[in-house]
Design a protein around this ligand. Structure first.
Ligand SMILES: Nc1ncnc2c1ncn2[C@@H]1O[C@H](COP(=O)(O)OP(=O)(O)O)[C@@H](O)[C@H]1O
Ligand SMILES: [Mg+2]
Length: 293
């Protein structure tokens, strides 16, 4: 869903032509800013407010994780930033410009890989390339991405011929194909087994080191949030709170990546986040094997 030829370029305000379609840009990635964002839905019982008074400034290249109780609006937030939905109030900015619908600078991946079953992994990844990418350039980019996610040997396989983890890696590669400046991930590893999940977390960090995009990742796994992110946002459910804004906590995660999963400081943050989620821990320094998700 890239812009049509008549829409102005969101970055420069200049008319965008199809012939100028995006060569892969690797400038400094854009940050994301949300100001007083709200989103509500009208239902049979009246207005249901999901997000309220949400301010967020995501620095370029930053990885932020979003956690919160089921139904608190995590996916709604991600869809807003993806430009797939519009806020009821407030504004979202990408870099210098207000967001007006989907933007070629952002890419999204979901819990299900959503690959086309009749296409090879290579062709699925190629679907993510920006419109107008030259054939040779596209082939090189896809090859590079398949390598980055460790699928170079599976390029010719179809989704039904590969494991869930491999399909999810292909989905990540497809999202990266356009060299997004903002990568939005909604529980990207939620359907994978525990070991594959840990591997995918490391893969995401490797990708981020190689192509430093701004990342907003929704997860229900507090351990995962603390392992991946520079910053963890805990959203509250507005059903239980009629006055506060949506962000209950905004925690900086100390240390540099790759993090030690057993770090004591992380254990303290984990306890704080779990408590915010209504789960009470009894140990000050829980071990990773206590992962509860
Ligand atoms: N398009 C929509 N129309 C009506 N209600 C919606 C819509 N999208 C989300 N909601 C409601 O918003 C709430 C938050 O949903 P969601 O963002 O998917 O939660 P989460 O991802 O945190 O589990 C839910 O109650 C959901 O039913
Ligand atoms: Mg969700």
């Amino acid at each position: 869903m890239t812009s049509t030829a008549t829409e102005p370029d969101t970055r420069t305000g200049a008319p965008r032509t199809t012939s100028a379609a995006a060569p892969a840009r690797r400038t400094a990635p854009d940050g994301v800013r949300l100001e007083a964002v709200a989103r509500g839905f009208d239902g049979p019982q009246g207005r249901h407010e999901v997000l309220r008074d949400l301010d967020l400034d995501l620095g370029a290249g930053e990885i932020a994780a979003v956690v919160g109780p089921s139904g608190c609006g995590k996916s709604t937030l991600l869809r807003l930033v993806a430009g797939l939905d519009r806020p009821s109030a407030g504004e979202i900015r990408l870099g210098d410009s207000p967001l007006r619908g989907t933007d070629p600078r952002t890419a999204v991946a979901f819990q299900e890989p959503r690959l086309l079953p009749w296409r090879t992994l290579e062709k699925n990844v190629a679907l993510g390339l920006p419109r107008g990418t030259g054939r040779a350039e596209g082939r090189d980019r896809v090859r590079h991405l398949l390598q980055l996610v460790g699928l170079e040997h599976a390029a010719a396989l179809r989704p039904r011929e590969v494991s869930g983890g491999m399909a999810q890696r292909a989905s990540l590669a497809r999202a990266l194909a356009r060299s997004p400046e903002v990568l939005l991930l909604d529980e990207p590893f939620g359907a994978l087994d525990a070991l594959t999940r840990l591997r995918m977390q490391d893969l995401l960090l490797e990708i981020h080191a190689a192509e430093p995009t701004t990342v907003l990742v929704v997860t229900h796994d507090v351990e995962e949030a603390l392992y991946l992110a520079d910053r963890v946002l805990l959203l509250r459910s507005l059903r239980e709170d009629s006055v506060s804004g949506s962000i209950a906590r905004d925690l900086d995660v100390p240390g540099t990546r790759p993090r030690d999963r057993a770090d004591r400081e992380l254990a303290a943050l984990r306890a704080e986040l779990l408590e915010g989620l209504g789960v009470h821990t009894h140990h000050t320094a829980p071990t990773p094997s206590e992962i509860s998700s």
